[in-house]
Design a binder for this molecule. Sequence first.
Ligand code: CP3
Length: 343
Amino acid sequence: MSESSKPRLLRALAGETLDRPPVWFMRQAGRSLPEYRELRARAGDFIAFCHNPEMAAEATLQPMRRFPLDAAIVFADILLIPRALGQDVWFEAGEGPRLGELPPIEALADQIEASTGRLSAIGETLSRVRAELEPERALIGFAGAPWTVATYMIEGRGSQREAARAYAYKNPEKLDALLDVLVESTARYLVMQARSGAQVLKLFESWAESLAEDMFERIVIAPHTAIIEKVRAAGVDTPFIGFPRGAGAQVANYAARVPVQAVALDTQATAALGRQIQAGGKTIQGALDNLLLRAGGPALDARVDALIEQWNGGPYIFNLGHGVMPDTPIEHIERTIRRVTGK
Ligand code: CP3
């Protein structure tokens, strides 16, 4: 691949400092777009939608047609793994995910081998998107990180995670066994995604907050490291972005220890933290407040400029600190991309 067509996102992940950062948005596909809402209404059940390569490829490409983004992220969900391992998962309209009772860990472990095959539609989505996307725009695959996925599997829904943390303290052996199952199935799933066209792999640890240091080590740092080592052992050298959302004071330790190429920072990340991670040899991503993107106005412009000023002296990917809110005006997304890219 010539330097000029190497996607800007991959250059940033290789450690290059660029004239302007690549830009993409978490949850760029989804309810903020009218064309998504129209597709969603036709697609029916959300899980079936995620497993329909034609429709999922369309949802992935919708924001790429509308905006000059540097990367697409495959349309899927972090809860496809528990389903592939045999736990019921469904989405209640307007309420979010629901999961059936947690099966015995041994039963989940028995399904690891079969789970990757049950996720083959996501590989098909990736191949379709890669075939349509311009070479200078990168394609991102992803999975939920084991602890975040385990919290949904244990609690059966989105929540404050108290039941999941209580479970972790009361049943340490069971939690470790569950995390081991998720490490193995997630590593295989990510290898499959890379072989199907994903050029970047992202681990979403959306619930890294409120964890004591020893717990953070055991349920975040160790499983992330194990997944990346397994993916590398399979001969896949695709760069990783790790997103330990809410980890606060433990983000620097995460960046120093987990063999990711980039750390995605949430809204609270300081300028100094980002620079410290860059000085340690890693790329950073983030961390515009999704509420500010929605609010717009001069404060949005000023913050976009400040983020670029504080972080683009090193390898940096422009993004949000969390996903685009459904009621974000499209003009705010366009304006922000224009401010970052000049396009
Ligand atoms: O554009 C993209 O970012 C790609 C697709 C994507 C989705 N989910 C589609 C989706 C990605 C990367 C995810 C990740 C995801 N899913 C996370 C981690 C990121 C984060 O936001 O913290 C989590 C925790 C989930 C689990 C999940 N999926 C929840 C809690 C919900 C309900 C809340 C909500 O935002 O609706 C979902 C549903 C979901 N996943 C939607 C989309 C577009 C909305 C479903 C719909 O359109 O009805």
